[in-house]
Design a protein around this ligand. Structure first.
Ligand code: FA5
Length: 339
């Protein structure tokens, strides 16, 4: 019987059944307990031998149960480990990666170019004072040229900046010329009450640039503008300078680049001119220098304001500026840096 029961214990295949077998064999109603209880009916001289034997059987069964319990637990654990095994060599699920906005990519490229030439890169407030956006840019309160930049006013003195040019005044005011020339670019968002169309948005980007020193000429400006065009477009496009007017530069120019859409032949995108205007520039007006406390008899230089939105359109052949602001990922992911 002892051997048979031990075999029963070995044959059990799950822990629950093992536990009921333990209750059955060693519990209060089990054969061992019963036998030990029945001992009092035995003659006194047989009791010690019987008792010893019963205890030995109980201990053996007990240890057989424990051994089997360990075996079953181990088997269960192994089964679980096998089922949860991870194959680290399997290819993972691709994680969608973000990227800088296409306009930011153009701005980054322009920043890299100018940092390489020793310019500092500064950013200014989008909510700006009338004083910096217009007055210190040589556009007093009722100057007709204010109409060139239809403005979102917040109060009479505070507005959404219409251009990054106020950063000219802000940096000129602070610059210490005894420490060297001023060479700065300032990228950022500007706002105008323009009617949205394929080449105009009421919110767009500009990168302002200014260089002030003792002997800066128009040739330095032209060279710098050509460098930007060359850096961004290689030799695929022509650039032309046109005389223009800005109150804060004298003389002033506007730069156009061959229309990406028609290659210069003329189409609706470029209003049949073959050119797209991408920036305004000129030699900084003495009034702007003087108002910022810089001696215009000694110092002078050039400034420019370019539109990265237009550059992005040209570079990638995007025929509607509004696409940049709709944030449709199907549009934006086309301009991955790798691609
Ligand atoms: C200016 O804003 C001057 N502050 C530029 C400047 C700076 C001149 C320094 C001289 C010295 P303008 O309004 O032309 O100029 O705008 C400059 C550029 O911004 C344009 O050439 C064009 O590329 C871009 N731009 C202007 N309006 C819009 C618009 N509504 N949507 C998209 N881009 C625009």
């Amino acid at each position: 019987i002892r051997q048979e029961r031990k075999q029963d214990i070995k044959d059990v295949v799950d822990l629950k059944k093992l536990d009921s077998l333990r209750v059955e064999l060693l519990g209060k109603k089990g054969p061992i307990t019963q036998a030990l209880r029945g001992m009092r009916d035995l003659p006194a001289d047989e009791r010690p031998t019987f008792g010893q034997f019963a205890n030995t059987v109980r201990d053996e069964l007990q240890s057989a149960i424990e051994t089997r319990r360990d075996e079953l637990k181990k088997a269960m654990l192994n089964k679980q480990l096998a089922s949860e095994k991870i194959d680290v060599t399997l290819p993972g699920k691709p994680v969608a990666q973000g990227q800088p906005h296409v306009i930011q990519q153009i701005v980054d490229q322009i920043e890299d170019l100018f940092i390489g030439m020793g310019y500092q890169v500064l950013s200014g407030p989008e909510v700006e004072e009338d004083k910096y956006n217009f007055e210190m840019m040589n556009l007093p309160k009722d100057h007709p040229a204010r109409d060139m930049q239809d403005t979102f006013y917040i109060t009479k003195e505070i507005l959404m900046r219409t251009q990054t040019s106020p950063m000219q005044a802000r940096t000129l005011e602070k610059h210490d010329f005894s420490k060297g020339p001023l060479k700065m670019i300032s990228p950022g968002v500007v706002y105008r009450r323009d009617t949205d169309d394929p080449t105009h948005s009421h919110q767009f980007h500009q990168v302002e640039g200014i260089v002030i020193d003792k002997h800066i000429t128009m040739a330095d400006l032209k060279g710098t503008l050509e460098l930007i065009a060359h850096e961004l477009f290689g030799n695929r496009f022509n650039i032309r300078l046109r005389p223009s007017y800005f109150p804060f530069t004298e003389p002033s120019v506007e730069a156009d680049i061959t229309c990406f859409n028609c290659g210069g032949k003329g189409c609706a995108v470029c209003k049949y001119t073959g050119w797209i205007e991408v920036l305004g520039a000129g030699m900084v007006h003495p009034n702007v220098l003087e108002m910022a406390g810089v001696d215009s008899e000694v110092y002078g230089g050039f400034a420019f304001g370019l539109g990265p939105d237009r550059f992005a359109m040209l570079k990638y052949g995007v025929d509607d500026i509004r696409n940049f602001y709709l944030n449709d990922v199907r549009f934006l992911t086309q301009f991955s840096k790798k691609g």
